[in-house]
Write a protein that binds this ligand. Structure first.
Ligand code: CP
Ligand code: NVA
Length: 323
């Protein structure tokens, strides 16, 4: 008989030290829970004004090839609150933007920094960077994944519901980076996840297949449907994201037509569990993917979700970057 071997907290911590964070699927269920517990503790300390400088003297580089409000500010503040420092590196201002190779950039920066956070386009860019880097690399969003966002989302759901395993979450709209990371995260923590999206905009099939497999061990049921009402039925958590992501601006008009039936509005939310929470990673477009009434209404937790980027990322940085 094969016995599952339970890892101790110390072993989980050791296992995360120096690791990259490129997708949430690469982390185990134990590691995700450990990160969330750490985030809860760090949030408590910060609210109580208790110093918690676990990364004193450590320096994080942050390379941005796309715009950002939350990711930039929350990672920088996270490093400051942990006693370290963060450098904002716009790809327009560093030689990467003028054609220096990803590998040369990664090798050179690893000589100065203790970790690098990157927001870029193709996911292969961050994979190449991580491959060449001797310091941990953290995904601050690629075209296909946004794992740091999902740590904050899971923390927010946990704060509201008290547990994750067995909850029912539903996502409406584009099968994009946020959707992919949500699918991976939900599967790992045993949260049922249904994504309602129009034909042609489904999430990556390989991600769905893998998540369904993971779900067999955690209990998560992962589903894709074209029917938003079906997805919303008895859901505890309703989630959406923009219809046109960064880099898809020229498809905006076309996408508005395609995604209109997937708007999170009052009529759709009636189908959810009466204590549902509404989440959106922000930035949002009121009147497009969500109505003003829902995002600014009593079920919405979007500002808490945004704040939790800070607490979740502090846990992540602490565990990956500490000696
Ligand atoms: N949710 C999120 O990643 O926001 P920013 O684009 O502002 O970083
Ligand atoms: N899907 C969005 C998320 C922004 C945080 C985008 O990639 O633009």
């Amino acid at each position: 008989m094969i016995q599952s071997i339970q890892k101790t907290d110390k072993e989980i911590e050791e296992g995360m030290k120096g690791k990259d964070f490129l997708t949430i699927g690469e982390f185990t269920t134990d590691e995700i829970h450990y990160l969330l517990n750490e985030a809860v503790e760090l949030k408590k300390l910060q609210k109580q004004g208790v110093p918690h400088e676990a990364l004193k003297g450590k320096i994080l580089g942050m390379i941005f090839e796309k715009s950002s409000t939350r990711t930039r500010v929350s990672f920088e503040v996270a490093m400051l609150q942990l006693g370290g420092h963060a450098l904002f590196l716009s790809s327009k201002d560093i030689q990467l933007g003028r054609g220096e190779t990803i590998e040369d950039t990664a090798h050179v920066l690893a000589g100065y920094l203790d970790g690098v956070m990157i927001r870029t386009f193709g996911h292969e860019t961050i994979e190449r960077f991580a491959h060449a880097s001797s310091v941990p690399v953290i995904n601050g969003l690629t075209d296909t994944h946004h794992p740091a966002q999902i740590l904050a989302d899971l923390l927010t759901i946990l704060e509201h519901k008290g547990y994750l395993n067995g909850l029912k979450a539903a996502y409406f709209g584009d099968g994009n980076n946020v959707a992919h990371s949500l699918i991976e995260g939900a599967a790992k923590v045993g949260m049922h996840f249904t994504i309602a999206c129009p034909k042609g905009y489904e999430p990556d099939e390989a991600i769905i297949t893998k998540a369904k497999e993971v779900g067999k061990t955690t209990g998560a049921i992962i589903q894709v449907t074209e029917d938003p009402i079906d997805a919303a039925k008895d859901a505890d958590v309703l989630i959406t994201d923009v219809w046109a992501s960064m880099g898809q601006e020229e498809e905006q008009a076309e996408r508005e037509g395609v995604f209109e039936p997937y708007q999170v509005n009052e009529e759709l939310c009636i189908n959810a569990n009466k204590n549902y929470i509404f989440m959106h990673c922000l930035p949002a477009h009121r009147g497009e993917e969500v109505t003003e009434g829902i995002i600014d209404g009593s079920h919405s937790v979007v500002y808490q979700e945004a704040e939790n980027r800070l607490h979740a990322q502090k846990a992540l940085l602490k565990l990956l970057l500490k000696n």
